[in-house]
Design a binder for this molecule. Structure first.
Ligand SMILES: C[S@@+](CC[C@H](N)C(=O)[O-])C[C@H]1O[C@@H](n2cnc3c(N)ncnc32)[C@H](O)[C@@H]1O
Length: 284
């Protein structure tokens, strides 16, 4: 755990009215982002979140394996973009609670002045994120409430534009968020709109839940868990995930399961356990 996460818990666990955050975190109601934080071993979660997460984990360890594999991919991809491709600014959409090993921490290990705009549409995530960043005292990262389904608003947002220079290459990060976008909202069109605003030499990194490795009855279970948590999950095939990279130059090894994207060590989890497609590509 990092220091700033410990600091943030001081106000999360306090009963003192004047230390309460401006938005009610509704700690008594399990929240998917805080459950995800718990799967990852983070500390930004409450007893109700832990209880609900343990119920999911009791069904099998896959949720935790998959969350950890996704997060490890995020970290390898950001490090790769910063160190090998000189990317110094990142648009991280669907950021979740910035738990251990956040985008700005990884990027700033390579470029101390690296900039990150974190965007999420969930007000509860925003409250947690702002507190974490404030406690960490980082001026080069910002948190903005925005919906991926409205890419034009993201591109026009003055707070995003304060941090991101759209004349310079950008790392567009869509980790574990596109599966929350229904086909009727045209996720491919959304990605295209965002990419169109970025200069040549920018990158797109995507991770995405898939049912490709599950029997049909199992594949239905993931969406069911999320329906219960009031979020819709759309699993997509490798072919569909490849479609997000149309017109871009995929980095080796292409779209593979998350643990197999440039692993630091031999992957422990199987494709079926992870069930997440991952890829990174350059805009020519
Ligand atoms: C599973 S978390 C992923 C967190 C982080 N990107 C990662 O990969 O570790 C998904 C996040 O996407 C956010 N999200 C879902 N739908 C969204 C939308 N339409 N616009 C912006 N964020 C969204 C959720 O609030 C949640 O915080």
């Amino acid at each position: 755990m990092t220091d700033h996460q410990d600091v943030s818990l001081d106000w999360m666990s306090t009963d003192q009215e004047n230390l309460r955050p401006p938005t009610d975190l509704r700690p008594e109601i399990p929240h998917p982002a805080r459950m995800y934080d718990y799967y990852l071993g983070g500390k930004d979660n409450f007893p109700a979140d832990r209880e609900a997460a343990e119920k999911v984990l009791a069904l099998g360890p896959l949720v935790r394996i998959s969350a950890q594999a996704n997060r490890a991919f995020l970290q390898r991809a950001v490090r790769e973009l910063a160190s090998e491709h000189g990317i110094r600014q990142f648009l991280d959409i669907g950021t979740g609670i910035p738990t251990a090993g956040n985008t700005h921490e990884i990027a700033q290990q390579v470029h101390p002045d690296a900039k990150v705009a974190y965007l999420d549409n969930d007000p509860i995530v925003l409250v947690h994120s702002r507190a974490l960043l404030a406690a960490a005292g980082t001026g080069n990262a910002t948190v903005v409430q925005a919906d991926l389904r409205d890419p034009a608003a993201i591109l026009d947002d003055p707070d995003v534009r304060k941090v991101i220079d759209f004349d310079q290459p950008v790392g567009l990060l869509l980790f574990a968020v596109l599966h929350f976008i229904d086909d009727s909202d045209d996720p491919k069109g959304i990605v295209r709109t965002l990419l169109d605003a970025l200069p040549s030499g920018s990158f797109l990194a995507v991770s995405h839940a898939t049912g490709d490795f599950s029997a049909p009855d199992q594949a239905a279970k993931g969406p069911a868990v999320y329906r219960a948590a009031s979020a819709q999950l759309t699993m997509r095939s490798r072919e569909q995930v490849l479609g997000f990279f149309d017109g871009l130059e995929l980095l080796e090894p292409g779209v593979v399961t998350a643990p197999n994207w440039r692993p630091d060590e031999a992957p422990q989890a199987t494709d079926a356990e992870t069930a997440i497609w991952a890829g990174v590509a350059r805009k020519p």
